[in-house]
Design a protein around this ligand. Structure first.
Ligand SMILES: NC(=O)c1ccc[n+]([C@@H]2O[C@H](COP(=O)([O-])OP(=O)(O)OC[C@H]3O[C@@H](n4cnc5c(N)ncnc54)[C@H](O)[C@@H]3O)[C@@H](O)[C@H]2O)c1
Length: 336
């Protein structure tokens, strides 16, 4: 059987590195593109012997025994990929799929620096699609976001609900999705976009602007500190464990599938309920300090999974409690 060759942009990041794990485990050749602005080589450590990353740079690893093949390409996605010495020399049909995850994932920063957000999050997608078109790779799997939806009164959000992003980040994700669809129609591609809801899990870094609320709560629990809650804590989110996200992104890599899918759990959890779960998993008291809500945040968000289940047959299987427990164990190991 022909070995599949794939490119993962943002592959040193939180979600991207879990996807790389799955792809290397199943024997794909994986090219990992990243600029390390928020990603880290530590996330790819299990594929390295020892801790020395010095030869990782431009080495195409042909593997010894069962050692998988991977290559790291340090590149800024906002520059045309076809200008990169290595990507520019790819031949037609050489890649079976591009998983496009490279992005700056932060709503607040997207207001502070909309130019940077547009370059990474929209122009980056243009560059990926142009590379795909040039080398006749007809499948791009894209990580979009639930932040593209208009704020809704209704409980569940399905893919046809109105879109009206309230941040530059959401706007660039929506524009990227539209571009993917345009390339499907115009060039006969079979691109897939996943609107990811709120992720958490091992390798999400606590204490950074990129870390989500689950990691922040766990980090505060470890340090016996108070947590800050924006608003009244009754805002809801659909929290999905990172390994479930990676599995579903991977399931998008099939010829049959095309289009846009929600990627969540279908469970609506308020921030206050999340706090209770974190208290029960960690056994910590974890007091809360309620402060003014933040600009650009939606009030309710839970995914309707009908399309995902009907067409993909892949869904999240990790309970919130189990996911938080695994993340807490990872955090404790990391700290020690
Ligand atoms: N984590 C979530 O809750 C969530 C929700 C919705 C959508 N997403 C999307 O999923 C994808 C992965 O997010 P994540 O949570 O793993 O974030 P992350 O920050 O860990 O991963 C993004 C990766 O992209 C890389 N990157 C950023 N700018 C780049 C550039 N100019 N050139 C090359 N690489 C660049 C970063 O170094 C990082 O490794 C992103 O596209 C994000 O928008 C994430």
């Amino acid at each position: 059987m022909k070995v599949k060759k794939v490119l993962v942009t943002g592959g040193a990041g939180f979600i991207g590195s879990h996807l790389v794990d799955i792809l290397l485990e199943e024997g794909c050749h994986v090219f990992i593109l990243d600029d390390f602005s928020s990603g880290n080589l530590r996330n790819l450590k299990r594929w390295r012997s020892g801790d020395d990353f010095s030869d990782f740079g431009d080495t195409y690893r042909y593997g010894y025994g069962k050692r998988p093949k991977h290559r790291l390409i340090e590149w800024d996605i906002s520059k045309p990929l076809v200008s990169s010495p290595w990507l520019g020399s790819l031949e037609e049909g050489e890649l079976d799929c591009i998983f496009h995850l490279a992005a700056r994932r932060d709503v607040i920063t997207s207001f502070k620096d909309p130019y940077d957000d547009a370059m990474r999050n929209y122009i980056g997608t243009v560059n990926v699609l142009e590379l795909a078109r040039k080398i006749k790779c007809n499948k791009v799997v894209f990580s979009s976001s639930y932040t593209i939806y208009k704020e809704l009164d209704q409980n569940c959000i399905n893919e046809n609900c109105p879109k009206d992003p309230i941040s530059p980040y959401g706007l660039n994700k929506l524009a990227s999705e539209k571009l993917l669809e345009l390339y499907n129609d115009h060039y006969g591609m079979r691109n897939v976009a996943f609107r990811i809801f709120v992720s958490y899990g091992p390798r999400q870094v606590p204490g950074s602007i990129f870390s989500g609320v689950v990691l922040r709560f766990l980090d505060h629990a470890m340090k016996d500190e108070k947590v800050k809650i924006y608003g009244d804590g009754e805002q809801t989110r659909d929290f999905i464990f990172v390994k479930d996200i990676a599995r579903c992104l991977h399931a998008g890599f099939t010829d049959d599938l095309e289009g846009i899918f929600n990627l969540g759990t279908g469970r609506e959890t308020s921030i206050n309920d999340l706090l209770d779960t974190v208290r029960s998993v960690t056994g910590k008291e974890l007091k809360a300090n309620y402060v003014e809500s933040r600009k650009g945040e939606v009030r309710r968000a839970v995914a309707d999974l009908t399309r995902q289940i009907e067409q993909m047959g892949c869904r999240a299987s990790t309970s919130l409690e189990a996911g938080i427990k695994e993340t807490y164990e990872w955090l404790n190991k990391r700290k020690s």
